[in-house]
Design a protein around this ligand. Structure first.
Ligand SMILES: NC(=O)c1ccc[n+]([C@@H]2O[C@H](COP(=O)([O-])OP(=O)(O)OC[C@H]3O[C@@H](n4cnc5c(N)ncnc54)[C@H](O)[C@@H]3O)[C@@H](O)[C@H]2O)c1
Length: 360
């Protein structure tokens, strides 16, 4: 029998979740969204049988749901995940896992109590470049990664003014929490070591300047709030002795949008990178996957050829959730990794607020 999924949130990401779930053979039974007409419109567009204006109604009426996917503003990730886990559903939750680490702890406790899977959409792990690089790391070629640099930088990428993305109470923050993907990917490559200390600063320059608006995003709200950072720079040390440098921005004077993890290992260095030709999803983007080794007295750069994947692993990541529930694939991420990541994010903001290094 096909796994039955209910989707919560009818926004921009629904299409990728739907594609991935269907690729895995799951059935999308229902969609819930409180905005007037949003669920019904999405149900019609994506061929979903049932539309609900509340999650309560969906859970009450669709009793045979096995799993839910949570695709709503960040503030609602934890409460909705708790509600659905308590109702006995597996949960696939968009990133960030929650607003802060303490919420992820509650989500993990609820998943353990229910005996259900809790996974997050760290879709950049599912990109072909990331999986190819991980296979080299797992094979031992890279050795131990001593140091890594994680970057997701945009020049003009504020995703709407005054909406939930720029309201700290709803989003938890700006690019640190929104563009956490490369920090997560660097940690994935490094073996998800336990963090020791974090030193960072955030900058809100340009956060109210419409010259720095992204070419996509949600509609502006004139009466809304813009109280999140526009850029952040930080440094993380780990109990293993490894170190991570990071740079994230929605708005910063950089040449072009760049999404990358670069690392230096004891056996090889490497890079996974997407350079955008223009902002956002982009068929002209250049993807790179490279290893740097010393062989026979030569410096050798290996270029790993991977299939094109414009959606940056989004549908593959959703497919993996279904396959992990069904025991057909290993889960691409674990709740403990999400907790580790959120502890680093909490500490990044705390360091920026206090001007001090934070010990975790
Ligand atoms: N993985 C990625 O590449 C990626 C990309 C974009 C967004 N996201 C994440 O997806 C999530 C949603 O972002 P989006 O761009 O789709 O936002 P959006 O604003 O386009 O859509 C969010 C939808 O959620 C609905 N909603 C709000 N509160 C709700 C609630 N309590 N219950 C049910 N529905 C509710 C809204 O009515 C809206 O239709 C965010 O967490 C964001 O970080 C991930």
């Amino acid at each position: 029998m096909a796994t039955k999924v209910g989707v919560i949130g009818a926004g921009g990401m629904l299409q990728y979740h739907a594609a991935g779930f269907r690729e895995a053979g799951a059935e999308i039974v229902a969609v819930a969204d409180p905005a007037s007409g949003a669920a019904a419109k999405a149900a019609e567009k994506w061929g979903i049988a049932e539309a609900y204006q509340s999650v309560e109604a969906m859970l009450a009426e669709c009793k045979d749901l096995d799993a839910v996917s949570i695709i709503v503003p960040n503030k609602f990730h934890a409460p909705l995940a708790l509600q659905c886990l308590k109702a006995g559903k597996h949960v696939f939750c968009e990133k960030p896992p929650a607003l802060k680490a303490s919420e992820v702890e509650e989500m993990i406790a609820a998943a353990d109590a229910a005996g259900k899977k809790l996974m997050f959409n760290f879709n950049n792990r599912a990109r072909p470049e990331s999986q190819a690089m991980k296979s080299y790391i797992d094979s031992g070629v890279v050795g131990t990664i001593n140091s890594a640099q994680a970057k997701w930088i945009r020049r003009t990428g504020i995703p709407g003014f005054g909406g939930w993305f720029t309201t700290k109470e709803l989003s938890g923050g700006g690019p640190v929490i929104d563009l956490l993907h490369m920090i997560d990917l660097a940690l994935y490559f490094m073996g998800y070591p336990e963090p020791a200390h974090v030193l960072a600063n955030t900058f809100d320059t340009f956060i109210t300047d419409k010259n720095f608006k992204g070419p996509w995003g949600i509609p502006d709200r004139a009466d809304g709030t813009n109280n999140v950072e526009a850029a952040a720079h930080g440094f993380v040390t780990f109990k293993t002795g490894q170190v991570l440098t990071l740079q994230v921005s929605w708005a910063e004077m950089v040449k072009r949008e760049e999404v990358s993890v670069v690392f230096q290992g004891t056996g090889a260095g490497g890079k996974v990178e997407r350079l955008f030709g223009r902002d956002g999803l982009d068929e002209t983007a250049i993807d790179t996957c490279e290893l740097y080794v010393q062989e026979n007295g030569n410096s050798v750069n290996r270029s790993i050829v991977t299939p094109a994947c414009e959606d940056m692993g989004r549908s593959h990541s959703a497919r993996n959730f279904i396959e992990a529930i069904e025991g057909k694939a290993e889960a691409l991420n674990t709740p403990d990794q999400a907790l580790n990541l959120m502890k680093i994010i909490d500490a990044l903001y705390q360091s920026a607020e206090t001007g001090k290094p934070i010990s975790i």
